[in-house]
Write a protein of this length. Structure first.
Length: 407
């Protein structure tokens, strides 16, 4: 693009010349910055996303259930032994998805840096290190920890690790990588400006992890280090148990490329997505997409047939990840209020579409899945909201109860 006129011509094709409406008011470096940001936008793709904001259509699909393997019903230690061998051989790595915005928590900073009053003030990131150190004590190996950040929070996250001396973990075993971004669209499908000099970009959802693992050299890094299994977990669950030999052993002994942990929903109303197969392929369907009769269906024992909740602790064979990396996942559109630039050049609150990929949409690339049902209170202490349910207070309570039981 030689000059600004050419850029205007180019934008005309996509009905997007308005992005340069305030260009003349910018200084030279802002001008250059804005042009570079615009060049990154795939306008055709954004149009496609805007036009296909459709929801999953249950009627056209055949839904079947997946019987879970219940941790409490495993009666020998074959899987555990087999998993321990893999862990000791360094074939398991873990990954925390920490690129989210944490809007509901209303905390101004990367969610992993949120401080909790445990025995001493402890950040969410440090709770993960506590688990990794426990694993080191048990198995004598330092597990690689990949941390996914976003453009928005990468610098602050890495600084936090440095300032805290990597929480006493070996920094050579912590690898950061950034997920991708997409522009926000307004309700007419137009790219939103954050201010006169910047396009409004946002992280592309936790499903952005697959592309990022490929693009940022993480798959290559894992292969180079002989890693076969990657446990990927939400950063905001302070009881997440990723270095889990039973999970790894189940995959190995059953020759499976995908395992996902679940807990049993106490009632059909629980708002978590649940496991099922759609046209024979593993999937998680969200609460709002699930028809009432499926939510309430029970088996002969009175258990919910579609009651296994997905809580963001997933194990992938690295070969499966390589397959998913090249796939285009569906993008989910969420209408969210954001402050953007209006046509008069003023910042105002507006409805915007944010497009996100979900990690569980990658499941359909696998031939099959093990749904591994664990005890909810042992592995799930989420921090989502400032008030109500799944708050820092409720998570701290669960955390303390768990460690009291362990002592
Ligand atoms: P959530 O979907 O709960 O989003 O993320 P969030 O950003 O934490 O919170 P809200 O919805 O804005 O309030 C589940 C997990 O996925 C990660 C989050 O960091 C969390 O660990 N995530 C989410 C990403 O890594 N990137 C994203 O783009 C979105």
């Amino acid at each position: 693009m030689k000059n600004i006129d050419e850029m205007r011509e180019y934008l005309k094709k996509y009905d997007a010349e308005y992005l340069l409406n305030f260009y003349d008011e910018l200084n030279d470096s802002e001008k250059e910055g804005l042009i570079n940001q615009i060049k990154q936008i795939d306008f055709k793709y954004m149009k496609e996303l805007y036009n296909t904001k459709a929801m999953f259509n249950m009627e056209e699909n055949k839904i079947t259930s997946i019987p879970a393997i219940d941790k409490n019903k495993l009666n020998d230690d074959t899987y555990e032994k087999s998993g321990i061998e893999e862990i000791k051989a360094g074939r398991l790595a873990v990954c925390s998805m920490a690129g989210g915005q944490g809007t509901r928590l209303g905390f101004n900073g990367p969610k992993g840096t949120y401080m909790l009053e445990l025995d001493k003030p402890t950040s969410i990131f440090e709770t993960i290190v506590i688990k990794l150190k426990e694993a080191y004590e048990k198995y004598g190996v330092l597990t690689y920890w990949y941390v996914m950040t976003s453009e928005q929070n990468d610098k602050e996250t890495q600084k936090f690790f440095e300032n805290n001396n990597f929480f006493g973990y070996d920094k050579e075993h912590i690898v950061f990588f950034k997920q991708g971004e997409l522009p926000l669209l307004d309700t007419n499908g137009k790219v939103v400006l954050k201010d006169k000099a910047d396009v409004f970009m946002a992280a592309d959802g936790n499903g952005g992890i697959f592309r990022a693992l490929g693009n940022r050299g993480i798959i290559a890094h894992m292969k180079e280090h002989g890693i076969k299994y990657l446990a990927i977990g939400n950063v905001d669950n302070i009881l997440i148990h990723m270095v889990d030999p039973i999970a790894v052993g189940l995959m190995k002994e059953n020759n499976m490329e995908l395992l996902s942990k679940s807990f049993m929903k106490p009632t059909p109303e629980g708002k978590w997505g649940v496991f099922c197969k759609v046209n024979g392929k593993p999937r998680v369907i969200e609460y709002i997409e699930t028809p009432r009769e499926l939510l309430e269906a029970r088996n002969e024992e009175g258990e919910l047939i579609y009651g296994d909740a997905h809580f963001g602790c997933n194990y992938f064979d690295v070969e499966l990840l390589e397959k998913i990396v090249t796939e285009k996942l569906p993008m989910h559109a969420a209408l969210k209020k954001n402050k953007g630039l209006n046509s008069d050049g003023e910042i105002e609150e507006m409805e915007t579409y944010k497009f996100e990929a979900f990690i569980f949409d990658g499941f359909s690339m696998a031939e099959d899945i093990i749904v591994f049902r664990v005890n909810r209170n042992d592995e799930f202490a989420p921090i989502k909201n400032k008030e109500g349910e799944e708050t820092p207070e409720s998570a701290i309570k669960l955390y303390k109860e768990f460690y009291k039981k362990e002592d």
